[in-house]
Design a binder for this molecule. Structure first.
Ligand code: F0G
Length: 462
């Protein structure tokens, strides 16, 4: 049955019980809306968006079981029953010893960064993520990219573009000294590289190397099940291992984790910090009451924690993950057939358009990805997100823009929310914009906030 199904088309492993209408406003209205938003898709009102591919964060459709779980919320200030369900799910599925709940991923990043990083430290990682890196910097650290070079090349077909370059990592340890490296930051399914996986073989090597120097690994496990799916597909010895077991093994190779549960774990809000070290856990538990909430809710309500405990179990379901990543692959392959330049291989949570290649008439200072995202919205009301020079921010020392190799527009697919027909409409719109690419003009900053500027900056046409 399994093999028979594998050879045929996939279909969503659910049927729809409740619908939310979407609407498309006119082209003139979209033009006006994007101008008013300062050409930043984050500043659009959701009611003006037709298909929302801004992010896969907090945008999933919950299951009937999760909604049923919401009704079982124990809203006690302390010791909510739902917290213990969540703790059990994290033990059973991820294996970490201790859990500190947080309101979302960056809450956990804040705590771990403040606890482990000292002024002047270096934190190597397999590509930066915006909030993760900022919290490392705010704690006095400097992020150092140790991902393999292939990750910075959108067209390189390496099956595990999130792998760590062990030479880069060891050189850094030798240069700075192991005592200046509080931990190695390892993300599964690396967001900024295009949703690309790390292999189990590489993770084991990173573990062996860090063990030699006594350096812990902190895992950004936001999209760990999606990474596990690619390991199952691409690493032969895992072809017959369940997603659940692969996820568990990945976690077992690391010392702790930050989780934005708004992605893989299928909830609209929530997160946690998981740690094996008892002493560090005690400190984190103490800190969470200052910034997030009591150590048995950390910013989530009881019902949120229940939905999350159930979401964790659903996230490793074989049919779920196959359809989830399958839908992303479907859109990606359609765009490849249309000759639209995209990051290859297609990642796990979205399709990333190569804006540098699509808009060669623009310099990076003219913000090609920001401009392309705005043009796509005007074409069809599809909302996407810039992942290029705007997201990369400025160098805290020189104040200059960081110029990343990758200048991308992310079409991020929410989980269980849209159908294949929506993907067809998106592909048609991307193709239309691609065919008219010469008419897309650049943008310049009009307003720029200090932190995580991509969220709130406003732009003007150049
Ligand atoms: N780590 C990764 C890999 C993420 O993708 C995100 C969020 C976070 C940490 C932070 O978690 O949002 O719950 O505080 N990514 C969202 C996105 C915002 O659209 O990619 P958070």
């Amino acid at each position: 049955m399994e093999t028979e199904q594998r050879e045929r088309s996939w279909a969503e492993p659910y049927k729809i019980k409740m619908v939310e209408p979407v609407r498309m406003i006119s082209r003139e209205e979209r033009q006006k809306a994007i101008e008013e938003a300062g050409y930043n898709t984050f500043l659009l009102r959701s009611r003006d968006v037709y298909i929302d591919l801004l992010t896969d964060s907090g945008t999933s459709a919950m299951s009937d079981r999760q909604w049923a779980g919401m009704m079982m919320g124990d809203e006690a200030y302390a010791g909510s029953e739902n917290f213990y369900h969540l703790e059990d799910a994290i033990h059973d599925y991820y294996g970490y010893e201790h859990v500190v709940p947080t309101h979302q991923g960056r809450g956990a990043e804040h705590i771990i960064s403040q606890l482990m990083i000292n002024e002047g430290d270096f934190i190597p990682g397999n590509m930066y993520f915006t909030t993760t890196k900022l919290h490392q910097e705010l704690a006095g650290g400097t992020f150092v990219d140790v991902i393999i070079d292939e990750a910075h090349d959108p067209e390189n077909e390496h099956p595990f573009k999130a792998n760590v370059d062990l030479n880069k990592l060891e050189d850094l340890i030798k240069e700075k000294g192991a005592d200046r490296i509080p931990y190695v930051s390892i993300a599964t399914s690396v967001n900024m590289a295009g949703g690309q996986p790390i292999s189990m073989a590489n993770l084991k090597e990173v573990r062996a190397l860090t063990n030699e120097y006594g350096i812990p690994i902190i895992h950004d496990m936001t999209r760990v099940a999606e990474n596990a799916y690619f390991i199952k597909q691409r690493e032969e010895e895992y072809a017959d291992t369940s997603i659940r077991d692969i996820v568990y093994e990945i976690c077992s190779l690391t010392d702790g984790a930050t989780m934005s549960a708004k992605k893989d774990a299928l909830v609209n809000v929530g997160g946690f910090l998981a740690l094996n070290d008892e002493e560090l856990f005690r400190e984190a538990q103490n800190m969470v009451v200052v910034y997030e909430g009591l150590h048995t809710y950390g910013g989530m309500s009881g019902r949120d924690m229940e939905a999350l405990a159930i979401g964790i179990t659903e996230s490793v379901d074989e049919d779920h993950i196959r359809a989830r990543v399958g839908q992303v692959q479907y859109l990606g392959n359609k765009l490849i057939e249309m000759d639209v330049p995209v990051v290859r291989p297609i990642g796990s949570h979205g399709v990333f358009l190569n804006a540098k290649k699509i808009l060669p008439q623009l310099t990076q200072d003219q913000l090609p990805a920001q401009s392309l995202a705005a043009a796509l919205y005007v074409d069809s009301g599809v909302r996407s997100m810039e992942r290029g020079v705007v997201s990369a921010g400025r160098n805290p020392e020189t104040g200059e823009h960081n110029y990343p190799e990758l200048e991308l527009v992310r079409l991020t697919i929410p989980r269980r929310a849209y159908t294949q027909a929506h993907m067809d409409v998106v592909a048609e719109s991307v193709e239309a914009v691609y065919q008219n690419r010469e008419s897309v003009s650049g943008l310049a900053f009009d307003y720029e906030p200090e932190y995580l500027r991509f969220f709130q900056s406003q732009f003007k046409k150049v």
